[in-house]
Design a protein around this ligand. Structure first.
Ligand code: BES
Ligand code: ZN
Ligand code: ZN
Length: 460
């Protein structure tokens, strides 16, 4: 038997006289089975009900099959473009192909850097038909998300404020994007005092990375600001808990921004985008930033630190000010900012704050591309809870609830007046607790597609 699989839909005429398969088609809920049919391995996908035909469903089906076949070390899986398009009619034909490829590549994704006895293996997908451009599009999207996942999965002794910038320089070296790295001395000159303060007790020096991609100078300038905390211990306001390992993913916003830039650059998008990435490690020691200290920002605002674990907003503030200095027309910041957003929205959907009309646009974009998001309110009445006795504001609110909203209100104070602004809190969605659909266990790679598609959308 060849080590190849045919991927077909259950309504294919070949299988309608097989009793067992008929029962499967009639009784099972979605999904697929692998079976031998005429001596060949077949993956039979149950027909997708018309109301369930979404691109996300396509990505999930493909992801599940890719993971299973790859685990079985099947060399290749073949599907006919026509069959795929017919089974999912009422979606756009080319987009179905792209979604299937994207889901396939992402479902087979593994992070194996530290597994000494597992060799990477991925079943190759072959799509029969004249659909190369759509296959390519799916691959580019999957590679961007995989890049974000790789960054998030990487461990903090390897990916830290000194090495992360180099990884970014390397990732964009043969592209049309220009990467600039500012390190400690330069940051002092630039008055990036949030970044400098938060990273003060780390053995690594902080960094601020800018990735500029001028795909079309006539388009509005979009700044994407991503929180890059390579590990968040909480600092002196030390976190407690059995296992803080996931806090290596506190650079998930930075990973999202970097992934989005990959997607835009590789697809030669006609956009004008600059990624702004503050990178720190939040550590306690005798040099630490202390509660009660006041940070003076370049724009004149002063912030008293109430809790060193609310560090994300302290470094994003520098990013927002920088976006203003660069005259951005649109600013989207993205961060693993608050545990509260996970309590409010759970693990499958992130929160978006800021410009209400743009928030709705972003929600619609996420519904299509799988980076789900829901508009959240910035309630003016809570703004005064950020008051400080000594400084213009505190980095924590006196409220014991609405933590994601007050974090958003903090950021709003740093948004340049001329820009339209969105804030995405992705703390709840950074990691998946199990392998399902096109998501593996651990890092999701959330945000790369969301930000890239947003940039393309506002540049139309
Ligand atoms: N990085 C955390 C937020 C987080 C929590 C991300 C859980 C992913 C999973 C952030 O820096 C933080 O510690 N936020 C505090 C803010 C508080 C001190 C005002 C929080 O959410 O508890
Ligand atoms: Zn924190
Ligand atoms: Zn954090």
């Amino acid at each position: 038997m060849t080590n190849k699989a045919n991927i077909i839909f259950a309504n294919d005429s070949k299988i309608t006289n097989d009793e067992q398969l008929k029962a499967f088609i009639e009784n099972s809920e979605g999904g697929f089975i692998t079976t031998l049919l005429d001596g060949a391995m077949n993956v039979i996908i149950k027909p997708v009900k018309e109301e369930k035909r979404t691109y996300e469903e396509v990505r999930n089906i493909a992801g599940n099959i890719a993971r299973e076949l790859s685990a079985r070390k099947v060399d290749s899986g073949t599907i006919e473009a026509d069959a795929l398009e017919n089974a999912l009619s009422n979606l756009d034909k080319g987009e179905i192909i792209s979604a299937f490829v994207e889901g396939w590549e992402l479902g087979a994704y593994q992070f194996l850097t530290y597994k000494s006895n597992i060799e990477a293996f991925q079943t190759e997908l072959e799509i029969a038909g004249e659909v190369d451009a759509f296959i390519q599009r799916g691959k580019v999207r999957a590679q961007a998300v995989s890049f974000s996942r790789d960054l998030m999965n990487e461990v903090p002794n390897v990916l830290n404020p000194e090495t992360f910038p180099d990884v970014l320089v390397d990732a964009f070296k043969d592209t049309n994007a220009k990467v600039t790295v500012y390190r400690k001395e330069k940051l002092e000159e630039m008055e990036m005092n949030g970044v400098l303060s938060v990273c003060r007790a780390s053995k690594y020096e902080p960094a601020f990375v800018e990735i500029a991609y001028l795909g079309d100078e006539s388009k509005p300038h979009i700044a994407l600001v991503g929180k890059g905390v390579t590990f968040d211990t909480g600092g002196i306001s030390l976190k407690s808990g059995r296992d803080l390992s996931d806090m290596r993913m506190d650079m998930g916003g930075a990973a999202a921004v970097a992934g989005a830039m990959k997607l835009l650059v590789e697809s030669k998008a006609k956009v004008n985008v600059t990624a702004l990435i503050p990178i720190v490690e939040n550590m306690p020691d005798q040099q630490s930033l202390l509660p009660s200290e006041v940070i003076r920002y370049k724009n004149g605002l002063t912030v008293q630190v109430g809790n060193t674990d609310a560090e994300g907003r302290l470094i994003l503030a520098d990013g927002l000010i920088r976006a203003g200095d660069l005259n951005a027309d649109y600013i989207v910041d993205i961060a693993t900012l608050t545990g509260a957003i996970g309590n409010a929205l759970g693990p499958k959907i992130a929160g978006v704050f800021g410009d209400e009309a743009l928030s709705i646009d972003l929600k619609i974009i996420g519904e299509e591309n799988g980076d789900y998001i829901w508009p959240m309110p910035l309630i003016d009445a809570y703004d005064s809870t950020l008051a400080s006795d000594y400084a213009d504001m505190s980095n924590i609110s006196t409220l014991s609830s609405a933590g994601s909203i007050t974090a958003g209100l903090f950021l709003r104070r740093f948004v340049p007046k001329e820009a339209k602004w969105l804030h995405v809190d992705m703390a709840g969605v950074m990691a998946s607790s199990q392998a399902r659909g096109y998501y593996p266990k651990t890092a999701t790679g959330f945000g790369a597609r969301l930000l890239a598609d947003f940039a393309i959308n506002v540049s139309k």
